[in-house]
Design a protein. Structure first.
Length: 378
């Protein structure tokens, strides 16, 4: 190794030259541009993208329709580096949870949920979450950083390999929901690039209707998504008025419900589905009373929508309880009486802490929120 002074420009340039490009960080356009940069034909991108994602290749030697000289070149310049799979858990109901390492001290969780002929993968987009929703275990643990494209799409890459295929040779994952750890729209560019790989026919070939992004309501980013990559949209609502939502979902203080409902109407102009899904965690005595249902009906009037009522999944020191089943049923009945399609989500994977709001992983908390929680609890 040359004796450049550590930290010098020459040293940094030398170290950078030793780093291989992780091809999982590219969508089709990015990969085509990279091939052109290294003096290769851009059409190679389609071949390599198919090997990476359709076939789940782990090594360039597996890419048998590429010339040996190109494979050797790729070995020198590039790598295939998904997140490291640490463990896998299986629930009694068939749900499977994958724990992945994304750097020292940082772990994320990804969940596969089978349901009849549909298999849904719940994908994370950040290490932790910065939004501090009061009822969410992920939000309580703090925030470290955004995930890279490779770390987002790598969850789908790993799950496909771990799950295999059905007897007909079809992949078990038919739907992807970006509802895991983190707020996807606060990691906009990487999330959109990963979605483009999910939709690409040379990769996973999912339709826009089968990829759902869940947001707490980052209004400007919702408008951006509508313009560049409209997929099915779910909005974490959880309250019928600003006063209560300010407590439960603090981002509401920046983008209150009036602005959020207007953004939902705009999104529907280009959405692949003709409705927005509103997610609503049912919290005993907090947001589940008849007056909350009435206020909710007024709030969403004029927005084509359906509701997904979610039983609260307890975690230590949450301060909340799950609403009784009878109250959830009465709440749903009131919404349906107004013609609003309403479902109650099945609680899946709670025996392995894989249910909604329970994903935690392990986060080196840059926000020091975990420290604040300990101090408050002491």
């Amino acid at each position: 190794m040359p004796a450049y002074p550590a930290g010098s420009l020459r040293y940094c340039a030398f170290v950078s030259s030793l780093m291989k490009q992780n091809l999982l960080d590219f969508n089709l356009k990015g990969l085509a541009d990279w091939f052109q940069d290294i003096g290769e034909k851009p059409f190679r991108a389609k071949q390599v993208l198919r090997w990476l994602h359709h076939f789940g290749a782990e090594d360039f030697d597996q890419m048998t329709d590429l010339a040996k000289s190109l494979r050797a070149k790729l070995q020198d310049l590039a790598e295939i580096r998904p997140p490291k799979l640490l463990s896998e858990q299986a629930s009694d109901d068939g749900t499977r949870k994958f724990l992945l390492e994304v750097g020292p001290g940082n772990h994320i969780e990804t969940v596969f949920i089978p349901d009849g002929d549909r298999g849904t993968l719940c994908v994370s987009t950040q290490v932790g979450c910065a939004l501090e929703c009061s009822f969410c275990s992920t939000g309580r643990q703090g925030f470290n950083r955004n995930l890279s494209v490779a770390e987002i799409i790598g969850q789908l890459w790993w799950a496909n390999k771990a799950l295999g295929r059905d007897p007909k040779g079809e992949r078990l994952i038919s739907n992807v929901v970006l509802m895991g750890m983190g707020e996807p729209l606060l990691n906009f560019d990487n999330t959109v690039s990963a979605i483009s790989v999910m939709l690409d026919d040379h990769a996973y070939g999912l339709s826009r209707r089968r990829v759902t992004l869940s947001t707490s309501g980052i209004v400007p980013a919702m408008d951006r998504l509508r313009s560049v990559m409209p997929v099915a949209l779910a909005v974490s609502l959880h309250a019928p008025n600003d006063a209560l939502r300010d407590e439960l979902v603090p981002i509401n203080r920046k983008y209150p419900l009036g602005e959020l409902m207007s953004a939902c109407k705009r999104y529907l102009e280009h959405a692949p589905r003709d409705f927005i899904t509103f997610e609503y965690v049912m919290l005993d005595g907090v947001n589940d009373q008849p007056e909350h249902a009435e206020a909710l009906i007024r709030q969403v009037r004029g927005v084509s929508c359906k509701f997904n009522l979610i039983p609260f999944n307890p975690f230590p020191h949450s301060g909340y309880r799950r609403s009784p089943r009878e109250r959830v049923q009465a709440f749903a009945s009131r919404l349906m009486a107004e013609g609003i399609i309403t479902t109650t989500r099945k609680t899946r994977g709670d025996d392995i802490d894989a249910a909604c709001g329970q994903l935690a992983g392990k986060v080196m908390d840059k926000s020091r929120r975990t420290m604040r929680i300990v101090e408050v609890s002491a």
